[in-house]
Unconditional design. Sequence first.
Length: 630
Amino acid sequence: GASDVNGRLEIPNIRIEDSGDYVCQAIGFSNHIPGQSVHVSLIVEQHKFIPETHVFCNAYNESTCMDGITCIDRNFICDGRPQCPDSSDEFSCSINKKCQPNQFMCRNGKCVAKFWRCDGENDCGDNSDEESCGQTPVSGPCKNSADVILVGKRYSLFYYNNELPSSISVLLYPGKLLKANNMPATTEEVIYTLSELTNILVKISYSRQTNVILSEMSINSADTNVFKELCSCPPGYSGSSCEKCEPGYSKNRNGKCIAVQECPAGTYGDLTRDIPCTECACPGNGRNYADGCRLDDYGQVVCNCRRGYTGRRCEICDSGYIGNPLNGIECEIPRSQCNMDGTLRINPDEGAKCDRCKPSSFFLNSNSESGCINCFCSGVSSECRSSSLYRDTIYSRGSNLNDIKLSTFLADGITTHYNSVQSVLRGAELTHSRDTNDLLYWKLPDLFLNNKVKSYGGFLNYTLRYAPSQGGAMSKNAAADVIIKSANEIEIQHFRRTPLSAGQSSSYSIPLFEQLWQRKDRVVINREYFLMALSNIEAIYIKATYTTTTSEVVLNEVSMDIAIENFTGREQAYEVEECVCPEEYVGLSCEYCAPGYTRNYESGLYLGSCEPCSCNGNSNECDSETGVCQ
């Protein structure tokens, strides 16, 4: 039967009755959104069997007739006298010396496709389609492709044979193999390629002839060879050409063998990938509930949690334990039968053992002050549940750091301004090296903006370092560490609870829960205020300077947890709500207006109310934010 393979419909053993109309829909998007679905028609026709023929014409001076079994001399094509039994050698010949607009007229009068001109093959029969060609354009066909390609992890080497071969022998030797720029490969490049060989590609197409036979292929190797070197290797290297690393050594990105050094206890890093040793954040904020940490295969920090703790950063209590690691409450085995997440707390929990959430709340957990999370639903619904989404992470690192801008922070008491400052990408670090008295912030790119309601309950992570100017290390500034500004004029701030050490890279994880954020007037915000800010993020700023005078600021990486429908292998996003919305609203938190409705910011509880489009009866659709009729 048919199956869905990563969004592609596959129908094996297709039958005529499989014909019909098919609809492809994007999951998780309203069917009112343009492009959410695509309709295609499939027509399955009865296969017409054509007997297979095995005719091999000379590709250089003969052509095959349309019957597939007759070869004639190319010079007889379009000569006015049929040579093929079916007269196909006189088809597509010019009438009154004219060819179709998409054809080229040969000197002998034959018409051939224009894209056959200057393709390195004699399609006309008199070679007139290959004359006056000049240099082949970049997008054109290659006239001289390599006969053999050796593909290694670092290099690809090419061998060219100038004649039509029946057999090829390639000498694996410097000077006989070329690089992609047609320069001869050096001894080092040949040895590295052979020691890290991943593919050997052999050319089998030398014309449009489709029947090709590769009869034999072999590669020679010998223990004693006058062309093979035997080197005396320095410490850390092994192999006849020092192409390998000794045990205890590993190649870095530059191909050099360096001693494998483990980071000190309580830190993580990978010197072979130029990732410096950095203090573990398990979960951070000056608290540690792990015996060290490590980098997984995806470059993510994974803490070795102590008993009673779980999560990538030991941020939650394991099954059978109670506490709140994020707030400094250690995980312990409960002493009563009551669910401690909901015991001795106000409002939403209920049940004989305080193990159920009351209506208008969901997800009993230890991170919420009231045990359960109150439904937000933009104030238009009180019915919600945990979403069925899975956690995923978006990143800005490596070359993508160029999308992050460094800005100065200027406040005049009424408004705040951010002016752009020049920064430079050096390797995998975004750097600004210049003495400054300005308060600088890293401004995150569009990837982290707009609607991030699905990030609730996840983490905002970043790794950076700074160097104070001489004598300025003791003069700390008291500015917020992270600032989030929303398009609906909401600004929230986060302050680190532990100081950042100067001169060394530091990773920091901020839980995206309301209790760790505050307004500009230092008042702690509630869940509703936090979700309004996340629903339409206009800018995110991460502090770069931590002293009043700074000589260098460096950003290594920024990431943010989100939630998606596809299974990611990570935990479910239980903290993200999924509301039952009135017909005027759509979105997980009813944060959007449904098609046919527009927002009225003058009414409503949080984000305004959605009201029917006012188009004087001429249309039922309008812009959901501006109300402009469509």
